[in-house]
Design a protein around this ligand. Structure first.
Ligand code: AKB
Length: 344
């Protein structure tokens, strides 16, 4: 049985105000609300956490009408992160304890609609952080390698360094990191944040710069060729979704007293489009890759190449499991299954 201590650390005092006991203990497992549930991570995250805490304890939410298989998996509700009262109602009615806030426009799509990115990524963050403070929720917000910029050291990029991103996505994520830390120190909010590298899953890409590493599998499996929007030698940190969800879950369960920070870098590997396609060639021998760099190249050139996650390894034992070889094997299998199931 694992005891999860939720501590309230204010600028004046430290006091424990809630203890969770999961995996069959005396107290109930946390009730978890996931926002932006139909983005890249939501559905898989809900599956993962339902396996741990029970089907009914993880509520997936979004403003989009879900496919029938999403609803079959467990509770799904409408939640608009720009509607504060609506969010209050959900937290009260469903007795939410933990909030996982995935709603965000990613880097490339954010550049195409800056006002919308400001609303969703910044105003939305204001709502959920205030909500978490009011109802004493543990709140997880993902950040990203995109929270760094051309002035940051790129190889490796440490946990604490210069952050001057040049995308609205990056600016909104630095804002999220800072306001979360501020609420932790000022109000004792249990804010937790991981800076993810490019997360690779079989779901089709969703407007990110690292998404070539997803699209390449879909196109090569379906057509045998892929036109890459990044140069062949563009090195970026990456992680399979399985590692990303395990990192999120282990981090959320870590007792507060072990955390020296509220924001940690995590990663699994770094590779270039050329290195990735060389590995895929073992499965698709006559593949054809062409390169036509576009505006996403400038974004990638301002991001970390190798991410230093030594602080996460030290403080809460983070250890990736999926390397480049496993990643390619997993993706070949998972994308083929997805295409067969959905005809994507
Ligand atoms: C993106 O490319 O925008 C995201 C990210 C690295 O945060 N995948």
């Amino acid at each position: 049985m694992m005891l999860l201590r939720k501590m309230c650390r204010t600028s004046h005092a430290i006091n424990i105000y809630r203890t969770y006991s999961v995996n069959g203990g005396k107290q109930a497992p946390p009730k978890i609300l996931i926002t932006g549930g139909l983005g890249q991570l939501g559905v898989e995250c809900a599956k993962y956490l339902r396996g741990k805490y029970g089907r009914e304890n993880v509520i997936l939410s979004d403003i989009i009408k879900p496919m029938p298989d999403v609803v079959k998996d467990g509770p799904y509700i409408f939640a608009d992160i720009l509607d504060f009262k609506g969010l209050q109602k959900i937290v009260v009615n469903h007795r939410v304890d933990w909030l996982i806030h995935f709603s965000a426009l990613l880097s490339a799509i954010g550049e195409q609609n800056v006002p919308l990115a400001v609303r969703v990524n910044i105003e939305g963050m204001h709502n959920v952080i205030e909500l978490a403070k009011q109802y004493k929720l543990r709140i997880f917000v993902p950040s990203t390698i995109g929270a760094f910029g051309p002035d940051s050291p790129r190889n490796p990029t440490p946990n604490i360094t210069v952050q001057r991103p040049r995308t609205i996505y990056g600016v909104s994520k630095v804002h999220a990191e800072l306001i979360g830390e501020y609420y932790f120190y000022k109000f004792g909010l249990d804010f937790r944040c991981l800076r993810f590298p490019g997360v690779i899953s079989s779901d089709p890409p969703g407007g990110g710069t690292t998404d070539y590493a997803i699209a390449i599998f879909h196109d090569l499996i379906r057509k045998g060729n892929y036109e890459c929007y990044l140069k062949p030698d563009t090195r970026l940190p990456m992680m399979h979704v399985r590692d990303a969800l395990r990192a999120l879950s282990e981090f959320l369960e870590t007792p507060n007293e072990l955390l020296n920070r509220r924001v940690y870098n995590v990663t699994s590997m770094s590779f270039t489009p050329e290195e990735l396609s060389d590995k895929i060639a073992k499965y698709v021998p006559d593949l054809k890759i062409t390169y036509r760099p576009d505006s996403r190249q400038d974004i990638a050139d301002s991001w970390p190449q190798v991410f230093d996650d030594s602080e996460a390894r030290r403080d809460w034992n983070w250890k990736p499991e999926v390397n480049l070889d496993n990643l390619v094997a997993l993706m070949m299998k998972e994308v083929k299954e997805k295409i067969a199931a959905n005809g994507l």
